[in-house]
Design a protein around this ligand. Sequence first.
Ligand SMILES: [Zn+2]
Length: 79
Amino acid sequence: MADNQLVGGLRCFEVLAVLSDYVDGELDAETKAKVEAHLAGCDACTKFGGEFGAVVGALRQKLQADEPSAAAVLKWATL
Ligand SMILES: [Zn+2]
């Protein structure tokens, strides 16, 4: 397991804990922004194996798009 480095105000395990709520759109705006900031800046999260790594990789691609939107992420998450 990667180190729980602090990025965007959250540590990796904190992001992992709320990731399902994030993709469900159930986070408040402040937490959502922190999760996005963490995922955008944390290489360790993309190195986690399995489903979490795949989710993070997809989210990072969405976040790097010109118009990142929760709707786009939610659409992806339900496919
Ligand atoms: Zn991380």
